[in-house]
Design a protein around this ligand. Structure first.
Ligand code: IPM
Ligand code: MG
Length: 368
């Protein structure tokens, strides 16, 4: 395999702590299997604003555009959350990089590791066996629609929810392709009883569905989907939805996977892939070495699978995470009342356990 260029954007808050371990995992896999991963770093979000005044400096964008894949930590800072008047904001960096790299398709796998059935606030019998793949449209909808502005001396705020035929079609195809390799069911989530953009969404999805006669297509309103997700998550296989609905539903669905600290995501388009945990910057625990690095480690696994076509290596990482959980180890966010205090690990200990588990598999399967 040609050398692969990976840019790591640690971002803000716990981003640095978790991407460190994602990177260590990639380095170890590279070393073990003889792949050259050239890892570079760049700034994004609040940490980029502090240094350059820009949440996505040109240098970062240039590096990412010439990379094969990007591993991102998190962006955000409480300072901005409490002051809506600030015009330059960390999240703009994330939205811009998604747009600039053409990452219109955000894939979020929701699956619970059996060992974590008691970490969720939902009943284990509801969760066991749930396995959902979310396809969230990522470069359109109300996140990007124009106009977006304040009017009437700031007394009115306006955003625009807009979708075009081609935007819906390309993500719908990705979702149906995935479903046809899984359990042949797509739930398309919209608000077509109220929104014009959703009525277009539904029409286009119906058209695409005709090309996949073996895939069952079910349309669901977003309010109902929010309820069905926690009532009976096993009814879902692939969920296809727009930008904002997908943002909200995937946070909700994180409870199906036990914790936000477990969920990885892939954002893809036509070329470069960007991989990131779905959790945020978590400033309340930043620098304390207690963040859960597993979502980022699992994002690195998704990178190997999707961007580099290394399914076996990707599975080694997932199995390593599984093994660490099976040994009973937990970061605080996924610990339960029954977790013994000596099994509660910090970020570094968790990262090291995963590396150890990967090493023991590799020493059996390849020469290192
Ligand atoms: C996500 C995040 C982002 C989003 C924020 C940080 C802009 O919540 O990736 O889900 O809303 O897309
Ligand atoms: Mg979100």
């Amino acid at each position: 395999m040609e050398p692969k260029k990976i840019v790591v954007l640690a971002g803000d808050g716990i981003g640095k702590e978790v991407t460190f371990w994602g990177t260590e995992v990639l380095r170890l896999i590279g070393k073990g299997f003889g792949y050259r991963f050239e890892i570079d770093e760049a700034l994004i979000g609040h940490s980029a604003i502090e240094v350059t005044g820009n949440p996505l400096p040109q240098e970062t964008l240039d590096k990412c555009k010439s990379a094969d894949a990007v591993l991102l930590g998190a962006v955000g800072h409480p300072k901005y959350d409490n002051d809506p008047s600030l015009k330059v904001r960390p999240e703009q960096g994330l939205l811009k990089i998604r747009k600039e790299l053409g990452l219109y398709c955000n894939i979020r796998p929701i699956k619970i590791f059996d060992e974590l059935l008691d970490a969720s606030s939902l009943k284990p019998e509801i969760l066991k066996g749930a396995d959902i793949l979310f396809f969230r449209e990522l470069t359109g909808g109300i996140y990007f629609g124009e106009p977006r502005e304040r009017r009437d001396n700031g007394k009115v705020g306006l955003d625009t929810m807009v979708y075009s035929y081609s935007e819906v079609k390309r993500i719908a195809k990705k979702a149906f392709d995935a479903a046809s390799k899984r359990n042949n069911r797509v739930h398309s989530v919209d608000k077509a009883n109220v929104l014009e953009s959703s009525r277009l969404w539904r029409e286009v999805v119906q058209e695409v569905a005709k090309e996949y006669p073996d895939v069952e297509c079910i349309h669901m309103f977003v309010d109902n989907a929010a309820m069905q997700l926690i009532k009976d998550p096993k009814q879902f296989d692939v969920v296809l939805t727009g930008n904002m609905f997908g943002d909200i539903l995937t946070d909700e669905a994180s409870q199906i996977a036990g914790s936000m600290g477990m969920l990885a995501s892939a954002s893809i388009g036509d070329q470069i892939g960007l991989y990131e945990p779905i959790h945020g910057a978590a400033h309340d625990i930043t620098g304390m070495n207690i963040a859960n690095p597993l979502a980022t480690i699992l994002s690195a696994a998704l990178m190997l699978d999707i961007s580099f076509d290394l399914q076996e290596e990707s599975q080694i990482i997932i199995d390593a995470v599984d093994k660490v959980l099976k040994q009973g180890f937990r970061t605080r966010d996924i610990a339960s009342e029954s977790t013994a205090p000596d099994k509660i690990l910090d970020t570094e200990q968790t990262g090291l356990k995963v590396l150890q588990a990967i090493k023991s598999t590799m020493s059996r399967s390849v020469l290192i």
